[in-house]
Design a protein around this ligand. Structure first.
Ligand SMILES: *[C@@H]1O[C@H](CO)[C@@H](O)[C@H](O)[C@H]1NC(C)=O
Ligand SMILES: *[C@@H]1O[C@H](CO)[C@@H](O)[C@H](O)[C@H]1NC(C)=O
Length: 339
């Protein structure tokens, strides 16, 4: 009887290397009190001034906010904002004044702020066609845009730009004046460069937009390509939170303290339907952006906690020092009976 050929055994032993043999050098720092205190102090020294710097920058930003959706609704319509907006006969003009609290140096940014407007809703966010916005060859690419995809009717022509996001374009307008001089509002370059240059085509023109039965918002100039419709571009960069601000324009002149600014608002946009709020915001800017105390407070909190820990450790170290690595502190050495 022939013995079965034995399978050749291959050694599974790994080749020698310092990695497989776990002989790599390791760093095992010993956290001596000195090290710990020094690191806490270092973090505190970095973060506390940074926090103060951020807070003072935010403090220097001058901001005026005026809520107008409630004030601009005539009393006779107080519970029927919806029909006020949809009626063709109501007068939507509304005059508001605001006082400049501190000198505002140019450029002064004008924002509209919407509250309780969920631009982040999944079905809303997806209701757009980026291909169509970019390329005139994809005008028919309106699959994701229902119900604002085509003119439903005999023509069945695509709407450009399609979808709910574009359809709900904000359509309040503001005219600002100081005394009886109207302030120039510059609406150029309010959108991101990447959007105007890449995402919105310079040879795509609006078509059939806002032609349905229900008007969702602003209209577009059909003679201007989408890449120049900056209000639309700003609007279509959907906000992540239900309370958001979007840039309306810029004023390139200073506003002095105590000056009164008159704003003539066309109160067109329907936020009454869902209990949303509308505000106009005038704001200057600093290196930190608009008014925002978050970073300042966050940095100060971190710095403060570290400083507090450092002081505690210093006190412990001074008042109750003990030698490092002394085995007599181990519990079983302190209590030899083991009970
Ligand atoms: C503005 O948008 C609302 C919807 O929010 C619409 O009912 C109204 O007709 C629009 N008005 C103008 C002037 O575009
Ligand atoms: C603005 O008004 C306040 C109070 O009316 C006054 O104290 C202040 O000096 C004024 N500021 C300027 C720059 O006129």
């Amino acid at each position: 009887m022939d013995a079965l050929p034995r399978p050749k055994l291959k050694s599974k032993k790994p080749k020698y290397s310092r990695f497989t043999q776990q002989e790599l050098p390791a760093w095992k720092p010993i956290l001596t009190p000195g090290w710990v205190i020094a690191s806490f102090v270092a973090v505190a020294i970095l973060f506390i001034p940074a926090g103060l710097l951020c807070l003072s920058a935010s403090e220097r930003v001058v901001e005026i906010i005026d809520r107008y959706d409630d004030e601009c609704l005539p009393d006779s319509y107080s519970n029927k904002g919806d029909s006020f907006i949809q009626s063709k006969d109501t007068n939507k003009t509304c005059v508001r004044t605001m006082k400049v609290p501190k000198k505002m140096t140019a450029p002064v940014f004008i924002y509209y702020q919407l509250d309780n407007f969920y631009q982040n809703h999944r079905r809303y966010v997806k209701s757009r066609s980026d291909k169509q916005l970019r390329d005139p060859g994809f005008a028919d690419e309106t699959r994701d845009c229902k119900p604002e995809d085509n003119l439903h009717g005999d023509e069945n022509e695509p709407i450009i730009p399609c979808g709910l996001v574009a359809w709900s374009l904000f359509n309040d307008t503001y005219i600002l004046s100081k005394g009886n001089k109207v302030l120039d509002i510059n609406k150029k370059d309010i959108a991101w460069k990447s959007d105007t240059e890449i995402k919105f085509g310079s040879d795509v023109y609006p078509k059939n937009f806002q032609k349905g039965e229900l008007i969702g918002g602003g209209e577009l100039d059909e003679t201007k390509p989408l890449s120049e419709q900056e209000d639309l571009i700003v609007w279509m960069r959907t906000a992540a939170l239900p309370n958001f601000r979007k840039l309306y324009g810029k004023i390139n002149s200073d506003l002095e303290a105590n000056e009164t600014i008159t704003i003539v608002i066309q109160n067109n946009y329907n936020t009454y339907e869902f209990g949303g709020e509308k505000r106009i915001v005038l704001s200057t800017m600093s290196w930190i952006g608009g008014k925002n105390d978050f970073f300042g407070i966050a940095f100060l909190t971190i710095g403060g906690i570290c400083l507090f820990m450092a002081i505690n450790f210093i006190l412990l170290y001074v008042c109750k020092p003990r030698p490092l690595g002394d085995p007599s502190y181990l519990s079983w050495n302190r209590n030899p009976s083991g009970q």
